[in-house]
Design a protein around this ligand. Structure first.
Ligand code: GLN
Length: 539
C-alpha cells in the first residue's frame, strides 16, 4: 500500500510548490524509496496543450505522449525518472470522465454530484498514480481558498481515512513577508492560510516557509506554535542560488525526520554527494560560454523551461556557466542577425508554433550556417534549417513550411495525412484537424547515421529515443537535392526525417525531437551536451 505526501500552497502563488514537491521526492528517492509524483491542476482545460506558452509556461511532454504541466518536467529533472500520463490531471479530465460514464449509464440512475462522484473520481485518480510506489508526492495546483481547488482538498482530506491508504502527510508552503518599515517578519498570512486549511478539515504537519530573510529560532517556534506543528517541522526556504540546491538545504534542516516519523519510514539517509558536487559547479563554474537563444515567447522565460534547465545541467557537467543572450526573433527581422548574435559563441533556435518571428529565425540560421557558428535547432528550429537551405543554397524561391504558407511552391515542411501514432492508430492530420491532442507526441525511436555528430553525441548509439511535439514533418521529396548540396539527413524514425547536419560546418544540428524533455541534472541530454561543448570550444 502506498503512502501519500500532499503539498498545498498558501498566501499566494509562485512560491515554488513544484520545486518543494520535487525536492522532497528527490530526498526520498536518494534514500532508496520508490517515489511517484503527481501534479493536480484545478483548471478546466483537459490538458495545457492548447494553452499559449505565454499563459501557462511550457507544455511538458511525457514519454507516453501526454501534454502536461511544466512541473512534471521539474519532477523528471530532479528525480531522474520518466513519469507518465497518470502523473498529471486537471479538473477538465475529472469532469470529462465522470460525464462520459454518466452518459454511458454507468451510475445506474444516481444523481451525479461533486460529493461523492467528482471527489471519488479524484481519489481514484490519485490512487492510480500511487500504484506500485512506496510513496506518492502529490502537488495541488493553486492556493488554499481558491474555489476550484475545493473538491481536491476534500479528496485529500478523505484519503486520511481511506483503508487502502498506508499513511498521509500534509505539507503547506507559505510566504513569510518581511515588513521593512517595522523591521519584522510576519507570520499572520501563514496563520490565516493554515486556519483556512483546518476549516476544510486538513491540518498541515509541516510548514515550508518561503522567506527572503532567515527565520530566527524564536520566530520559528512561534510559527510552529501558532500553526500547530512541531518546531522541527518548520522548514525555511530562502531564495537559492540554484533550484538544485533546495533538496540539500532541506536536508540540512532534517526535513525527513518528521516525515519519516509520521509515515513510519524508518531511518532515512539520502546519499546526496554526487548531487552536491553538481550544485557546486552550477554555483561556481570554471568556464563560461554564451548561447544566443532565439525565440519568440521571451516575455515569459518559463515558456522554455526545460531547455533553459537543460543548459544548466550541461553546464554543471562541463564545469561551465552557460550564459543565455535572449534574442527576440522579431527583433532580428528589424536589425539583422549579425547585430544581435555577433557576441554569442553559439546559436540555439527553439521550437514554436505560428508565423510570428519565423523570418527572423531563418535569418539567425543563415547567420550561424555562413559564419560557422555552432548551431542547434530544435523542432521548428530544425524545420526552418531546411527552409533556409532550400532558399539560400538550393535557390528555391518561396520555399517554406506549409504551416506558414499553404501555397508555397516548395513545401520543405508538410503535413503527412496518414500518421501512425504511438499506439499504432492512424491519425488524420489536416489544417482543419482539431488543435487538442492531434500532434506527434511522446517518445519515438530515431536511427542515427554512422559518422554523424548525432551518433557521436549519443556515444555511438545506433537507435536513440527522444520525445516529440509537432504537427508538421520534413518533406522527403527534397531529401536528395538537399543531400547533394551538403545538408545530410543523420537521423530517421520509421522513414521520417528526424535530424539534419551540414557537411563542412564545425557543429550544426537540427533535430525534429525535443531533446530538452529528457535532460536531467544528473544525466544531461546528449545532443544538448554536445552542443554546449561545441559552444565552449568556439572561438
Ligand atoms: N510548429 C511546428 C510543428 O507543429 C513545430 C512545433 C515545435 O517546434 N514544437 O510542426
Amino acid at each position: 500500500m502506498t503512502k501519500y505526501i500532499f503539498v498545498t500552497g498558501g498566501v499566494l502563488s509562485s512560491l515554488g510548490k513544484g520545486i518543494t514537491a520535487a525536492s522532497v521526492g528527490t530526498l526520498l528517492k536518494h534514500s532508496g524509496k520508490n517515489v511517484g509524483m503527481l501534479k493536480i491542476d484545478p483548471y478546466i482545460n483537459v490538458d495545457p496543450g492548447t494553452m499559449s506558452p505565454l499563459e501557462h509556461g511550457e507544455v511538458f511532454v511525457t514519454k507516453d505522449g501526454a501534454e502536461t504541466d511544466l512541473d512534471i518536467g521539474n519532477y523528471e529533472r530532479f528525480l531522474g525518472s520518466s513519469y507518465l500520463k497518470s502523473s498529471n490531471f486537471t479538473t477538465g479530465q475529472v469532469y470529462s470522465s465522470v460525464i462520459e460514464r454518466e452518459r454511458a449509464g454507468g451510475y445506474l440512475g444516481q444523481t451525479i454530484q461533486v460529493v461523492p462522484h467528482i471527489v471519488g473520481e479524484i481519489v481514484s485518480r490519485i490512487k492510480l498514480a500511487g500504484e506500485d510506489h512506496d510513496i506518492l508526492v502529490v502537488e495541488l495546483g493553486g492556493t488554499v481558498g481558491d474555489i476550484e481547488g475545493l473538491p481536491f482538498m476534500e479528496a485529500i482530506r478523505q484519503m486520511k481515512h481511506d483503508e487502502e491508504v498506508a499513511g498521509t502527510f500534509f505539507i503547506h508552503v507559505t510566504l513569510i513577508p518581511y515588513i521593512k518599515a517595522a523591521g519584522e517578519l510576519k507570520s499572520k498570512p501563514t496563520q490565516h492560510s493554515v486556519q483556512e486549511l483546518r476549516r476544510i478539515g486538513i491540518t498541515p504537519q509541516m510548514i515550508i516557509a518561503r522567506s527572503e530573510n532567515a527565520l530566527p529560532k524564536t520566530f520559528k517556534k512561534k510559527l510552529a506554535m501558532s500553526c500547530d506543528v512541531t518546531p522541527d517541522s518548520v522548514i525555511e526556504a530562502l531564495d537559492a542560488a540554484t533550484i538544485y540546491d533546495i533538496p540539500v538545504t532541506f536536508l540540512r534542516q532534517n526535513i525527513l525526520k518528521p516525515i519519516a516519523k509520521e509515515l513510519e519510514l524508518g531511518e532515512l539517509n539520502p546519499d546526496m554527494e554526487k548531487w552536491d558536487t553538481l550544485v557546486k559547479k552550477i554555483v561556481q563554474p570554471k568556464e563560461k560560454t554564451i548561447v544566443g537563444f532565439v525565440g519568440k515567447y521571451l516575455e515569459l522565460k518559463e515558456a522554455y523551461k526545460s531547455l533553459t534547465e537543460s543548459l544548466i545541467h550541461c553546464g554543471a557537467h562541463l564545469d561551465a556557466r552557460v550564459e543565455i543572450t535572449w534574442v527576440d526573433s522579431e527583433e532580428i527581422e528589424e536589425k539583422g542577425a549579425e547585430a544581435l548574435l555577433a557576441d554569442c559563441d553559439s546559436v540555439l533556435v527553439a521550437g514554436g508554433f505560428g508565423s510570428r518571428g519565423v523570418e527572423g529565425k531563418i535569418q539567425a540560421i543563415q547567420y550561424a550556417r555562413e559564419h560557422k557558428v555552432p548551431y542547434l535547432g530544435i523542432c521548428l528550429g530544425m524545420q526552418l534549417t531546411l527552409v533556409e537551405y532550400a532558399r539560400n543554397v538550393l535557390g528555391l524561391e518561396g520555399a517554406n513550411s506549409i504551416e506558414f504558407d499553404e501555397n508555397t511552391p516548395h513545401p520543405m515542411i508538410y503535413l503527412i495525412d496518414n500518421f501512425l501514432d504511438q499506439s499504432g492508430d492512424t491519425q488524420l492530420r489536416t489544417h482543419k484537424s482539431p488543435m487538442g491532442g492531434t500532434l506527434r507526441l511522446g517518445e519515438y525511436p530515431c536511427d542515427t547515421k554512422e559518422g554523424s555528430l548525432l551518433r557521436e553525441a549519443y556515444h555511438g548509439e545506433k537507435t536513440i529515443y527522444e520525445r516529440h511535439r509537432h504537427r508538421y514533418e520534413a518533406n522527403p521529396t527534397y531529401r536528395e537535392a538537399l543531400e547533394k548540396a551538403g545538408m545530410i539527413v543523420t537521423g530517421e524514425s520509421n522513414g521520417l526525417i528526424e535530424t539534419v547536419e551540414i557537411k563542412g560546418h564545425p557543429w550544426f544540428l537540427g533535430v525534429q525531437f525535443h531533446p530538452e524533455f529528457t535532460s536531467r541534472l544528473q544525466t544531461p541530454n546528449p545532443s544538448i551536451l554536445a552542443f554546449v561543448k561545441a559552444s565552449l570550444s568556439a572561438e
